[in-house]
Write a protein that binds this ligand. Sequence first.
Ligand SMILES: Nc1ncnc2c1ncn2[C@@H]1O[C@H](COP(=O)(O)OP(=O)(O)O)[C@@H](O)[C@H]1O
Ligand SMILES: [Mg+2]
Length: 311
Amino acid sequence: MAKYTSLGQIDLPCVADHYGLDQPRLAPLAGGAANSSFHLTCGSGEFVLTILDNHDRASAERLAAHTTALFDLGMPTTEVVPTQNGSLIADMAGRPVILKRWIAGGVEAPLPIRLLPDAGRILATLHTLTADAPELADLPAGTRRLSPAQQATIAEFTDTDFAAWLSERLERIQTLEATHHRAQVIAHGDLFDDNLIVRPDGGLSVLDWETVSLDDPLLDLGMAAVGLAREDGLLVPERLRALVAGYVEIAPLSEDDLRALPAEIEHAALIIAFHRYYRHNVRFPDPAKSTIHTEMIKFVESIEHTAQLDS
Ligand SMILES: Nc1ncnc2c1ncn2[C@@H]1O[C@H](COP(=O)(O)OP(=O)(O)O)[C@@H](O)[C@H]1O
Ligand SMILES: [Mg+2]
């Protein structure tokens, strides 16, 4: 099992002390999808408290600095609340914790199609930001892609059919990508419906900058298509068109880009397929989840059948 913190393990007086909170109350987040995140309510307002189980202090500090820089640049995202000492991360018995201001509203999955243009505009806005804020100077490049070490492990997968399918397709896409050069932008890396809050005013806020990196905007748009244009496991052309329609209002795409997009959607789906297989079959074997990567095989087939943006 992955490591998560349960409500009973939270040292609430310690948290209250770090942040100067008056009589905080904690509740698990509705929906249950969140791991190690809790809804915190107290006299001074509503917050989300997250125990960053998979981070050390340095990587937690980076996540908090990136989130804050993107908030300061005007992205509709969570505001990180500093401790009384002005630190963006607090220590709870050796675990890094972060406090974020609560955003009213909720996750809607699947995201209604009428909101997809807005999601596209938000992604394009991110892609047009310049990364010259000092807090963004250390953004890693290309980390949403599979590393050479990760690709090497594919050959060891017990499901050899899946391994062959994945390696062949990755190789084909990497060859294709080598012929196109696109300038790197700030990429979210995980614009899925569970990282979007639909606010009461109807607008969207983006969460979760764990996978932020510098990368090809089309791979990030491809990842958003995997997350947001998929319904019942398949790519839905109307949903893709709605996402892209919003995107191009802010960041135009050339004909070449539009032709390259299906391959980038596939690349994103292959990355997700790898992580699903690796997580549930290699890292934390779980029979109940051992086949969820196969959804991505059907999804990739659906790209081939339907991803004509001009149809
Ligand atoms: N600032 C916030 N306001 C309201 N809800 C939030 C906020 N931050 C997180 N959440 C909720 O917690 C869930 C998980 O948060 P997220 O930051 O995406 O963490 P992770 O995906 O790493 O568990 C979200 O899907 C959302 O429901
Ligand atoms: Mg998330």
